[in-house]
Design a protein around this ligand. Structure first.
Ligand code: G6P
Length: 614
C-alpha cells in the first residue's frame, strides 16, 4: 500500500509527481505529499490529509519549482491519517526527506536509540524514524547519502520501497526496496521512480525493476548505479515494458471500475490468447510447460490467495477436482503462513494475485517453497514480486486494473485456471476427449457471451435503484456459483458499504435464514445446472419468509423467473464456466448501488488495491 513517485531530470518535477500520484492513488489515499528541491528557497515540502486533489489545492500559489522531487500517497499503518503523519518525512536537520511504502517493524527500538542521541520526532510514523536513522549514520560515519541509506537499511527489519533526497544534493536521488515494489524508469537524461510503471509509461518504456535489498544511486547526467546491501555493485537490467497509456486512463467511462467491467470481453480473450487453440484441439500454457510432470504426479493442489483472488481459487478448486481429479485446498494466505501447515514436496501450490505484491501471499509462497513444494503463479502484473518468487506460472494478461474493487482480474484468473485445469485433465486422461474439446469451444465462446451480459446494464441499474437503501444483502449460490456469491457480496461491501454475506444456498438454513424478512434482498445465482432444483427450493425458503429475490438465471428460465422479484438473464454455458458470466451482473449491481449512494467507487474508504503489509 502507499504509492511513491520520484523524478530527477530536465523537466519540472512537480507535475510529473502529481500525475504519477494520481495514477497510484489506488494504493492508498489517506494523505498525500510532495517534496521538491528548487533553486531559490531550497527544499519545499507540502503535505496534507486527503487525496492528491487536496494536495494540489494545498500547493496552489506556493513554490513548487524544481527538477528533482518525491511524492507519496498514503494508506495509513502507523499513525492516523493526518497532515503530520503524511509523507515526505524530514530528518532531524530537515535537510533530508524520504517517502516510504512498507513497514519498519523494529522502528520502536531504533526510535528509542535515536531519542537518546537527541533526535526529536514530529509524527507517529515508522517512516520518520528511518530518515532520522539515515541522517544519523551519515553524520556519524561521514558517509555519502547513498552509503548512508545502505548502512541504515542494514539495521532495518521490515518492508520498504523508499526514495530519498537531500537539500544539499539537488543532483541526486536514492531509492531502495525490500518487500515493497519499486520500478525505475530510465529516460533520456532523466529518471523516474515509482511503485509501479503507470506513472512512468508516458515518458519512457525502459525500466529497471529493483530487487529486494538493492539501493539505486540516481544522479543527474550519470548512469544509474545499483548496489546491494552487501555494498556489491549490480549491473542494472533495463527491460522494455508493454503497458500502453490508454490502458491506465478512464477512456470516457465515469469510473475505472465501470471501464474494467466493460473491458471483460477483451480481457478474457487476452487471457486465452495463444493458449486456447480450438483449431488444434489443445491448450498451450508455455509458462508451466516445464512443470507439467509435477502436475501429473501431484497428490494435492493448494491455492493461496487473498480477497477476490481467493474467490477465484475457490472456482479453481471446483475445476481441478472435477476435471483433473486432484484434491484441492484453498487457503487464505494470511492463515496459511502462520499455522505451520503440512506441505509435501509433491504438492503444487498455486498462488493467485492480481497485483503480485500482496504481502501475505508472498510470505505464504516463501513458506511453501522452503518445504520443497512447486509454486505456480497466476498474476496479472508482469514482473511483480509474486511472479518472480514462483517457479513458473501463467500471467492473466487482463491489463492494468485500477479500480480498487477487482473485476476483470477475477474473470481473467478464472479463465486461466479453467485453461490449466482442462489442460492437466487432458494430459492426465481424467476427461474424455470429446468433452474436453466441447469445453474448449465453450470457453472460446465466453467473451462474446460476456458482451451479451453487459447489455443487462440498464435493467441492473433499475434493480439497483430499488435496493440501494437496503442495509443488508444476502448472496446465495451452490457449486460453482458459491464462490460467485462470495464475490458478489464482497463487491457490494467494498464499494457501497452495505453489509453483505455470501453463503452456500443450502447452508442458509443453518443461520442466515434468521435474518430474512421483507426488507432483505437476497441475490441468488440460480442458473441451469445440476443443483438447479435444489436452488429453487432454497428460493422458496426465502420467499416463505418474505425475502426479496433478485436472481441470476439462464436465458429462457421459467421456474425461478416466476418466483423472483427481479431476474438478470445470462446466456447458457457449461456449468463450470458460469462464474465467468454470472459474476458480471453482480459487479454491475454493486457498481450502480455504490454510485447511487454517492460512494467513491474507485477509491472506497479504508481499502487499497495492493496490500503490501500483512
Ligand atoms: C486487496 C484488494 C482486492 C484484492 C486483494 C488481493 O484487498 O482491494 O481487490 O482481491 O487485495 O490482492 P491481489 O493483488 O493479491 O489479488
Amino acid at each position: 500500500m502507499c504509492g511513491i513517485v520520484g523524478y530527477i531530470g530536465k523537466r519540472e518535477a512537480y507535475p510529473v509527481i502529481i500525475k504519477g500520484l494520481r495514477r497510484l492513488e489506488y494504493r492508498g489515499y489517506d494523505s498525500a505529499g510532495v517534496a521538491v528541491i528548487g533553486k531559490g528557497e531550497g527544499l519545499n515540502v507540502y503535505k496534507c490529509k486527503g487525496k492528491v486533489a487536496d494536495l494540489e489545492k494545498h500547493t496552489q500559489g506556493k513554490d513548487i519549482t524544481g527538477t528533482v522531487g518525491i511524492g507519496h500517497t498514503r494508506w495509513a499503518t502507523h499513525g492516523e491519517p493526518n497532515d503530520i503523519n503524511a509523507h515526505p518525512h524530514y530528518s532531524q536537520t530537515k535537510d533530508i526527506v524520504l517517502i516510504h511504502n512498507g513497514i519498519i517493524e523494529n522502528y520502536a527500538a531504533i526510535k528509542e536509540n535515536l531519542i537518546k542521541r537527541g533526535h526529536t520526532f514530529e509524527s507517529q510514523t515508522d517512516t520518520e524514524v528511518l530518515v532520522h536513522l539515515i541522517e544519523e549514520v551519515k553524520q556519524r560515519d561521514g558517509l555519502k547519502l547513498g552509503h548512508a541509506v545502505l548502512a541504515a537499511l542494514k539495521q532495518v527489519v521490515g518492508a520498504y520501497a523508499i526514495a530519498v533526497i537531500d537539500k544539499n544534493k539537488p543532483d541526486e536521488m536514492i531509492a531502495a526496496k525490500k518487500g515493497s515494489p519499486l520500478v525505475i524508469g530510465v529516460g533520456d537524461d532523466e529518471y523516474f521512480v515509482a511503485s509501479d510503471a503507470s506513472p512512468i509509461v508516458e515518458y519512457t518504456k525502459n525500466v529497471v525493476y529493483l530487487e529486494d535489498e538493492q539501493v539505486a544511486i540516481i544522479k543527474r547526467h550519470e548512469q544509474l548505479k545499483i548496489r546491494n546491501l552487501k555494498d556489491k555493485e549490480i549491473t542494472p537490467s533495463v527491460q522494455e515494458i508493454e503497458m500502453e497509456l490508454e490502458a491506465i486512463e478512464k477512456g470516457g467511462y465515469e469510473h475505472f471500475m465501470l471501464k474494467e467491467i466493460y473491458e471483460q470481453p477483451r480481457s478474457i480473450k487476452d487471457s486465452m490468447r495463444g493458449r486456447l487453440r480450438t483449431d488444434l484441439g489443445v491448450v498451450q500454457l508455455g509458462g508451466i510447460v516445464d512443470y507439467e510432470a509435477k502436475f501429473l504426479k501431484a497428490k494435492r493442489i493448494i491455492f493461496i490467495a487473498c480477497g477476490t483472488s481467493w474467490h477465484a481459487g475457490l472456482v479453481g478448486e471446483y475445476l481441478f477436482e472435477e476435471y483433473a481429479r486432484i484434491p484441492v485446498e484453498v487457503e487464505y494466505a494470511s492463515e496459511f503462513r502462520y499455522r505451520n501447515p503440512v506441505i509435501y514436496e509433491d504438492d503444487i501450490v498455486i498462488a493467485i494475485s492480481q497485483s503480485g505484491e500482496t504481502a501475505d501471499t508472498l510470505a505464504a509462497i516463501e513458506l511453501a517453497k522452503s518445504k520443497g513444494a512447486t509454486i505456480i503463479g497466476v498474476c496479472n502484473v508482469v514482473g511483480s514480486s509474486i511472479a518472480r518468487a514462483t517457479h513458473a506460472g501463467s500471467y492473466t494478461h487482463a491489463g492494468p486494473e485500477i479500480g480498487v474493487a477487482s473485476t476483470k482480474a477475477f474473470t481473467a484468473q478464472v479463465t486461466v485456471l479453467t485453461l490449466m485445469a482442462l489442460h492437466i485433465a487432458y494430459k492426465k486422461g481424467t476427461i474424455p476427449e470429446n468433452r474436453y474439446r466441447q469445453l474448449l469451444f465453450e470457453l472460446e465462446a465466453i467473451p462474446q457471451k460476456v458482451e451479451r451480459v453487459l447489455t443487462l446494464n440498464n435493467t441492473i441499474k433499475k434493480i439497483a435503484d430499488i435496493y440501494k437503501d437496503a442495509t443488508n444483502f444476502l448472496y446465495l449460490g451452490r457449486g460453482y456459483s458459491f464462490p460467485v456469491a462470495l464475490e458478489g457480496a464482497l463487491k457490494l461491501k467494498e464499494i457501497s458499504y452495505i453489509h453483505a454475506e455470501g453463503y452456500p444456498a443450502a447452508e442458509m438454513k443453518h443461520g442466515p435464514i434468521a435474518l430474512i424478512d421483507e426488507e432483505m434482498p437476497v441475490v441468488v445465482i440460480a442458473t441451469k445446472g445440476a443443483n438447479y432444483e435444489k436452488v429453487v427450493s432454497n428460493i422458496q425458503e426465502v420467499k416463505a419468509r418474505k425475502g426479496k429475490i433478485i436472481a441470476v438465471v439462464t436465458e429462457g428460465d421459467k421456474e425461478v423467473t416466476k418466483m423472483a422479484d427481479f431476474v438478470m438473464e445470462i446466456p447458457d454455458t457449461d456449468e463450470s464456466m458460469v462464474p465467468l458470466l454470472s459474476v458480471i451482473p453482480l459487479q454491475l449491481l454493486s457498481y450502480h448501488i455504490a454510485v447511487m449512494r454517492g460512494c467513491n467507487v474507485d477509491q472506497p474508504r479504508n481499502l487499497a488495491k495492493s496490500v503490501t503489509v500483512e
